[in-house]
Design a protein around this ligand. Structure first.
Ligand SMILES: Nc1nc2c(c(=O)[nH]1)N[C@H]1C(S)=C(S)[C@@H](COP(=O)(O)OP(=O)(O)OC[C@H]3O[C@@H](n4cnc5c(N)ncnc54)[C@H](O)[C@@H]3O)O[C@H]1N2
Ligand code: MOO
Ligand code: MG
Length: 420
């Protein structure tokens, strides 16, 4: 008689998995190859930005008090005493009616408290001297980027877990992080079980299928920020499967197997977990697809037994594996971003369990819409190609119609959220 499995709620299953989450390690990498890594150190300003009063324009630095009588019919004349470009240091302190010719980004000379742009200045030469005249008043601080006006030394700018995007990299370079501490990527072993499986480069033979799950999971792992180590296929034979899994566990942080977790004669994973003396956290979840997703733990290693059905496998990864990877990568918002959206098509079928419907988001006349990605069966693989979110239909509901407000979990949102 087949064992009766008692399904647990999705939230409970997620909580059980996350009880066994581990925080990753740190490693230093060069700023030249840290794209999309997650910071493993918080970044605070190491100095003021800017670190000196600087000019935002090409023009003349002057003392605003000298310009108070300037007007269109009363131009005020200044002797130009120095020329400085960005990177040069002024050597002269301005006296009454003196000006420094200054370029954008250059340090404001002492004595000056404003900059007049070239466009509003007239220049002239006389007796081997240069002069500038101005027909307008300037206010103190006008056209000056004050030291520390953007960021003050010591200010916290980026928390641990931040993804290094181009803007983050600019901040790292600004403060001289030519090496930066990032979260080490977890190494995730992948094994696909099933005598029916062929490798991608093998010709199709009757009764067999190609192992699409492993390649799909490899891509999901990398998108989630992990490193996939693919260890190939396992035929449905206990001893070699057990041995291979035992060996792989020596080399990886996390193990994912696909298939063999239901109640079939060749579904070996339950016995393999038992032989490993791994604690099975659950083997039945009140969800569709993925209801037979099984997760076990051995020591501090999580062993994810994802379903063999491609869509069940895919959903199982996103709900249970991805948050573990995100936490490992110092992301305090490890769960998929959950949004409200409008269903763009009818979805009449009953949802005995919480259903995660493969969908994608469109934005029309200011509305966020959920579109169905295609066939919504656990064994279907093709609709996954169009899937960018899961519409979440609560268990015990049915008869959803176009226009209904629904919730959706966004896949691959880099920020995520703090609770499931
Ligand atoms: N009598 C019952 N039968 C089944 C139940 C049940 O409760 N009672 N559970 C069903 C559910 S739910 C799912 S989901 C599937 C998944 O079970 P397994 O994890 O044991 O998956 P397999 O049996 O190994 O394979 C299922 C299906 O997926 C294909 N497959 C397997 N591996 C791959 C791969 N790497 N790439 C592509 N496709 C793969 C496999 O050929 C099967 O067609 O069990 C139901 N059965
Ligand atoms: O686990 Mo299932 O519910 O068919 O995908
Ligand atoms: Mg099976």
């Amino acid at each position: 008689m087949v064992e009766r499995r008692i399904p647990i709620a999705v939230q409970e299953a997620v909580n059980k998995v996350m009880e066994h989450r581990i925080t990753g390690e740190r490693e230093k990498v060069s700023i030249l190859n840290c794209n999309n890594r997650r910071l493993a150190e918080k970044i605070s300003a190491k100095h003021n930005i800017p670190s000196f009063d600087k000019s935002p324009y090409d023009g003349f630095a002057v003392r605003s008090e000298d310009t108070q009588n300037a007007s269109s019919d009363n131009p005020v004349e200044f002797e130009v005493v120095e020329h400085i470009g960005a990177g040069q240091l002024p050597t002269k302190t301005l006296k009454v009616n003196q000006a420094t010719r200054i370029m954008t980004g250059a340090k404001i000379p002492s004595g000056a408290d404003c900059v007049a742009m070239f466009e509003v200045c007239q220049t002239s030469d006389r007796n081997n001297k240069q002069y500038m005249s101005l027909k307008r008043k300037m206010a103190a601080g006008q056209n000056i980027i004050k030291e520390g006006s953007e960021v003050k030394n010591g200010e916290l700018l980026l928390p641990e877990g931040t993804i290094i995007n181009p803007g983050v990299k600019a901040i790292l370079a600004t403060f001289g992080y030519n090496q930066v501490e990032v979260a080490r990527k977890p190494v995730i072993g992948v094994l696909a079980t099933g005598t029916e499986l062929l490798e991608v480069d093998q010709e199709l033979v009757p009764g067999k299928i190609r192992n699409s799950n492993a390649y799909m999971i490899a891509s999901q792992i990398e998108q989630a920020g992990g490193i996939c180590k693919y260890y190939g296929k396992l035929a449905d034979e206990f001893d070699p499967s057990y041995k291979k899994i035992k060996d792989v566990l020596e080399e990886v942080d996390i193990l994912i197997t696909t298939g063999g977790v239901s109640v079939g004669d060749f579904d070996l994973m339950p016995d393999i977990y038992a032989e490993l003396e791994a604690e099975v956290l659950f083997n039945k979840v009140a969800m569709r697809p993925g209801s037979v997703t099984t997760v076990a733990v051995k020591g501090n290693q999580l062993l994810f037994g994802l379903s063999g059905n491609p869509s069940a496998c895919y959903v199982g990864f996103e709900l249970f594996v991805r948050p573990v990877i995100q936490h490992y990568l110092f992301n305090n918002n490890p769960y998929l971003k959950r949004i409200k959206a409008t269903l763009a098509a009818d979805f009449p079928k009953p949802n005995p369990f919480t259903r995660f419907v493969r969908s994608y988001i469109t934005y029309e006349n200011g509305m966020v819409n959920v579109q169905l990605a295609g066939m919504d069966k656990s064994n279907v693989v093709t609709s996954l190609a169009h899937t960018t979110c899961f519409m979440v239909l609560p268990g015990g509901t049915r008869g959803f119609k176009s226009g209904d407000q629904v919730e959706a979990l966004l896949l691959n949102d880099p920020i995520g959220q703090g609770e499931f």
